[in-house]
Write a protein that binds this ligand. Structure first.
Ligand code: AMP
Ligand code: GLY
Length: 444
């Protein structure tokens, strides 16, 4: 038995119930995703103490922020020992790709996430494309190039249909994908990525992909590497401007559910994508005990994988967590016992929408440190999730990032949820606040 699994056999019984496992949990990350996860984790009777490293001005409402870097495993290990941490939940991709799972499971601490090897599904586009090919999972046609076959790549590009999608192989903080409308642009970007290492080592290998046209949707699964449960799905609004215009951002808002995704389409997603992915992980011995984020595109009713992420999405988590009625920590316990197959997942029938407020200038340069005022009270079934915020030494809330804070609302319809979320975010005050007023527009 793996040492991390043993932990779950010896969980201390809770004082008031002999049969309830309870745990000290460390959550890594500092965005809106982590605030939404922190709130959900803290609601669980299985959570005794929650720590968030490094957290933000909102996560501290649900646990204790600790000033540790997400990639500083040695410092985290000292903290884990001192505070008898039983479980580490990982928000962002960097620590997962850097091997946080392996580091801590080798030391007997359970981690929600994939092994370093399996995290390559997000950490290397070429790895994920090959995996999909081996498993027969629908995705855009592709080829990969490095400095060694650079000339071959140039010739390949010159014959490629437009537009051409170029992707840095490795992690590039969401900036490594360029969609080129002309062959000249494609040749230029290709050379910048490979020869000038525009994204450092991440672009020393480039994936050239067929362009797929359709509507994107994110589907989230929790897996123990053998069984899986769908915990939700969402549509992310990535562009800065209303009507989906202007530069890409990390996400300006989300809605869930996505009407076209339910029914026949989701059946195809399960049969052609989710099940072959999970069974492929199992067959290939890729250890995976965490969230899988399927970044999909609906091309005339047929689902294709655009990318895998080995974590939850941000801001998707801010609509997926409020709709998840099941106890997330209980699901983590079942996952670690390898019993996810028998777990029950209950999702709220209501719709959720989230509207993100950002700093002036985002996704380009922006200023931080603007003083913030939050509304005294917000309507029932609405939540404010902090992203880039922090408290100064006097307890004053300040902006501390490009994406600052998001308002989520649950309501019977997407339109109602979006209207309510917009009403709440409008009441947050700081200099330079901007938010999209059209989240969910196509479902009106
Ligand atoms: P990724 O970092 O792989 O999520 O790509 C970023 C964004 O680029 C995606 O969310 C899509 O909007 C777009 N994209 C990526 N690959 C393709 C593709 N093959 N066809 C069309 N759009 C794509
Ligand atoms: N919202 C997209 C992501 O988290 O990657």
């Amino acid at each position: 038995m793996h040492p991390a699994q043993k932990i779950f056999m010896y969980l201390r019984p809770k004082k008031n119930s002999l049969f309830q496992a309870f745990m000290n949990i460390l959550l890594l990350g500092s965005g809106g995703r982590e605030h939404a996860l922190a709130r959900k984790i803290a609601q669980s009777p299985h959570c005794e103490k929650l720590f968030i490293a490094p957290g933000n001005g909102g996560t501290s409402l649900h646990g204790t922020n600790v000033p540790l870097g997400v990639n500083d495993f040695a410092a985290q290990q000292a903290f884990v020992k001192e505070n008898a941490i039983d479980l580490i939940v990982v928000g962002p991709e960097d620590p997962l790709v850097n091997g946080v799972y392996d580091y801590f499971t080798e030391r007997g601490v359970a981690v929600i996430g994939p092994s370093k090897q399996a995290a390559q599904l997000e950490g290397s586009k070429a790895f994920s494309k090959k995996f999909m090919q081996r498993q027969g999972i629908p995705t855009a046609a592709y080829a990969e190039f490095t400095a060694e076959n650079f000339e071959e790549g140039k010739a390949y590009l010159s014959k490629h249909a437009l537009p051409i999608v170029l992707k840095a192989d490795g992690l590039a903080a969401g900036k490594g994908v360029v969609i080129c409308e002309s062959h000249e642009e494609a040749q230029k970007v290709f050379a910048e990525m490979i020869l000038q290492k525009q994204f450092g080592e991440a672009s020393s290998r480039v994936v050239v992909e067929q362009f797929l046209s359709g509507i994107e949707i994110s589907v989230f699964v929790l897996t123990d590497g053998k069984d899986y449960k769908i915990i939700g799905h969402a549509k992310d609004y990535k562009r800065i401007g209303e009507g989906d215009t202007g530069p890409n951002t990390g996400g300006m808002g989300c809605v869930s559910p996505v009407p076209f995704a339910e029914g026949a389409f989701m059946r195809k997603v399960i049969d052609r994508i989710i099940e072959p992915t999970i069974s492929g992980l199992h067959k290939e011995g890729l250890v995976y005990k965490g969230f899988v984020f399927f970044g999909l595109i609906n091309v005339e009713g047929e689902p294709y994988v655009i990318e895998y992420n080995c974590r939850m999405g941000d801001p998707e988590t801010e609509v997926v967590m409020p709709r998840l009625k099941s106890d997330l920590v209980e699901l983590f316990i079942q996952l670690n016992k390898g019993e996810l197959g028998t777990a029950e997942v209950e999702i709220d029938e209501r719709a959720a929408a989230t509207v993100m407020a950002v700093s002036a200038g985002y996704p380009g340069d922006y200023e931080k440190g603007k003083s913030m005022q939050l509304p005294d009270a917000i309507p029932a079934d609405c939540f404010l999730y902090h992203a880039g915020t922090k408290q100064d030494s006097n307890g004053q809330l300040l902006t501390n990032g490009g994406r600052v804070i998001t308002a989520t609302a649950l309501a019977p319809t997407i339109q109602q949820a979006a209207a309510l979320a917009k009403e709440v975010i409008a009441q947050v005050e700081y200099e330079g606040k901007y938010f999209r007023k059209d989240i969910g527009y196509e479902f009106a």
